[in-house]
Ligand binder design. Structure first.
Ligand code: MG
Ligand code: MG
Length: 252
């Protein structure tokens, strides 16, 4: 069931989104070679809790971190660990959620630690761009397939592939609501987008095969061929005035 939000509820969701965006920005500033993913997770947790919000993912389905932190060939759901050290040249996908006023925000960004390879930089650029192309399609009267198609077409034209097993989703009082928002699709197919829908659009794009597998920790999803993967996400409200990104950080 898709739960449409009133404009008042979307106002409340802006605060969850703002805190989520700022937490992600704080993570980006904190990342440095030699840091563990647990230390990075602590930065995120401290920021969210300092704002009087709660990390959405802490305890969600039993998850043991405030953020999912996935390095290089890890796609999503990496568990923060004191044994995982971030090194210069790594790409670090950080997926954050914050809950306040009874609503969640959900956003992800793949950061570069130090100098990364030109190939890695191209993957990050294409994945980030595909997110914004998807967001452009998040307008009333379009369909879910229009979003996925825009993402898929852009990244596949550059030789990348779209993860099929995991998708974007509705966001609201629960961090994961209907509908699923795949990063692939057919134009004019799927649910019609209506004013008041709030969705997370989150391309997970691989440099090699689209296939993925889950590690024996029960969480971490990695590319099947070991190639790099990137992940960018925003929570977006569909309004009379077009798509509104709720998870933008505060301006400088
Ligand atoms: Mg997320
Ligand atoms: Mg999400």
């Amino acid at each position: 069931m898709i739960i449409q939000k009133t404009s008042k509820e979307i106002m409340l969701m802006r605060e969850a989104g703002r805190i989520t965006g700022n937490a992600l920005k704080a993570a980006g500033r904190a990342i440095e070679p030699g840091m563990t993913t647990k230390e990075l997770d602590n930065v995120i947790r401290r920021y969210i809790e300092g704002e009087g919000a709660k990390p959405s993912f802490l305890g969600l389905y039993g998850f043991k971190g405030s953020a999912c932190i996935s390095i290089n060939n890890q796609v999503i759901h990496g568990i923060p660990s004191k044994d995982v050290v971030i090194r210069s040249g790594d790409i670090v996908s950080v997926d954050v959620g914050a809950c306040i006023n009874g609503f969640h925000g959900d956003s992800a960004y793949t950061f570069a630690c130090g100098e990364i390879s030109p190939e890695a930089q191209k993957l990050l650029d294409a994945t980030r761009e595909s997110l914004y192309l998807g967001i452009k399609q998040a307008v009333k009267g379009n369909r879910i397939g229009d979003i996925g198609h825009a993402i898929q077409e852009y990244v596949e034209a550059r030789g990348y592939s779209v993860v099929r097993e995991y998708t974007g989703h509705g966001v609201g009082a629960s961090v994961h609501e209907d509908p699923n928002v795949p990063n692939f699709g057919t134009p004019h197919r799927g649910y019609r987008l209506e004013e008041g829908m709030v969705i997370a659009i989150e391309p997970m794009i691989n440099a090699g095969t689209p296939r993925v597998r889950q590690l024996s920790d029960g969480w971490t999803v990695v590319t099947a061929d070991g190639a790099l993967s990137a992940h960018f996400e925003h929570t977006v409200a569909i309004t009379a005035d077009g798509p509104v990104i709720l998870t933008m950080p505060d301006p400088e």
